[in-house]
Design a protein around this ligand. Sequence first.
Ligand code: C5P
Length: 232
Amino acid sequence: MGKDVIIACDFDSAQKTLDFLDKFKGKKPFVKIGMELYYAAGPSIVKAIKERGHKIFLDLKLHDIPNTVKKAMTVLSELGVDMCNVHAAGTKRMMSAAIEGLTRPDGTRPLLIAVTQLTSTDEQTMHDDLLIGEPLDKVVMHYARNAMDAGLDGVVCSPLEAGKVHGVCSDKFVTVTPGIRFAGGDVGDQKRVTTPQMAKELGSDYIVVGRPITAAEDPVAAYERCVAEFVG
Ligand code: C5P
């Protein structure tokens, strides 16, 4: 699995996003489009970024009945994105349906990864609100196994969980890991953070980096620092 740095383009308009990407001149970083940008700018922002030659992770975290997810995934696959995702909580049947919907007539499809438990959900909240009584770590690994059994390519997780996910699933099972900060950088609202270098050592396949790049004085230099530390 080729390691790469994915920039989380958490902007609220197409213009801000394209202005940001203009700074990269000839470079074509892998970008993540999340709900904020997609709901603000629609499928046309996906096409615009694709036409500029970037790889795209469309982070919409689908979770609905299998038939609805399957049909939605067919629409998303036609956008030509490289990676998209679902909530593993939607069940193995929903995840299998997502794969079916995502597979294009020529047999190709974007990578499909699963969100296990959101990093904003701690063990106490999972027990109290979701009535899931097992330890958080066990739930995350169980959901990762479900995703693998359903034919998905990997999960979103913390770099701190990447090694265990590879152990429980396989080394080929992709770990996409947010929560990245430079040594001494502003942590913001992330709880458990690792540096790009640590994420590499812990076995992450892709790191997702937002504000350390988007809010940097020199975003291109910050991106290059991530690539140098993570990809080497
Ligand atoms: O700015 P920052 O580097 O914290 O951005 C991380 C990105 O990864 C954001 O787009 C956030 O929504 C996403 N993400 C996350 N934790 C998860 C899943 C996604 O931080 N568990």
